[in-house]
Design a protein around this ligand. Structure first.
Ligand code: PGA
Length: 253
């Protein structure tokens, strides 16, 4: 069984001093469990390098929350995957806050995915339906559309660089997580899609659940069928809570 993957998405939070302290405490939590889980954090862009330098050579992976859809050039305010690859090992792509606040279409998400792959980054591709889409019974259809756009034409050789996070938009930052059954059902839709595209190689891609995941519900999500990890927002800002989530991932075996 592959290790669970636990990712902390700090969003636009922390001061520089706070970021360094949080990263160090998180690196300590990773060291304390002594393996059996893969853990990454996504600090705000500006803190990536100081955080990386502060944690030094630990097992904690450093990632970005987003990357640009194009390579270096005249794109004011953007940060390319090539630039990120000098200080990060992975990036989120297609987070719902990017899709909604920055009008990122499926096509832009696809371009970002390829930019990140080409730069050698591991990608956590985020997919998930809105509340209205779920109410209308369209949750699977929406996730399927996001997967089709992102994964069409993708070669097998990219699979080791890919993880997928199922994050229902209505569960993000609301304190109302999906049920384990909802998470398992959608993770199974994603798994079936991967296996139908890539055969048994699709089984190697880790599928994460995200959306109000915390230290109280982590174990149940990690026990859900086809869920191989967690994408954690607010709870990753507490080293104690995030540390407990890391420990639950190890206990999962
Ligand atoms: P949350 O955020 O854990 O605060 O709901 C999750 C995410 O946006 O990735």
């Amino acid at each position: 069984m592959t290790n669970a993957l636990i990712i902390g998405n700090w969003k636009m939070n922390t001061s520089l001093e706070g970021a360094i302290a949080l990263a160090r405490a998180t690196a300590d939590a990773v060291q304390k469990v002594g393996g059996g889980v893969d853990v990454g954090i996504c600090p705000p862009y500006l803190w990536i390098v100081p955080v990386r330098d502060a944690v030094g050579e630990t097992a904690l992976r450093i990632g970005a929350q987003d990357c640009a859809a194009t390579d270096d050039g005249a794109y004011t305010g953007d940060v390319s995957a090539t630039m990120l690859s000098t200080c990060c090992s992975f990036t989120l792509v297609g987070h719902s806050e990017r899709r909604s606040n920055h009008h990122e279409t499926d096509e832009i998400v696809r371009q970002k995915l390829h930019q990140a792959f080409n730069a050698g980054l591991h990608v956590i591709l985020c997919v998930g339906e809105s509340e209205a889409e779920r109410q209308a019974g369209r949750a699977e259809q929406v996730v399927q559309r996001q997967l089709d756009s992102a994964l069409d034409g993708l070669g097998y050789t990219r699979l080791p660089q890919l993880s997928i996070a199922y994050e229902p938009v209505w569960a993000i930052g609301t304190g109302v997580a999906a049920t384990e059954n909802d998470a398992a059902d959608m993770a199974t839709v994603i798994r079936n899609d991967l296996v139908s595209r890539f055969g048994s190689a699709g089984d190697q891609v880790r599928i994460l659940y995200g959306g109000s995941a915390n230290d109280r519900n982590a174990s149940s999500f990690l026990a859900a069928n086809n869920v191989d990890g967690l994408l954690v927002g607010s709870a990753s800002l507490s080293p104690e809570a995030f540390g407990r989530m890391i420990a639950s991932a190890v206990q999962r075996g």
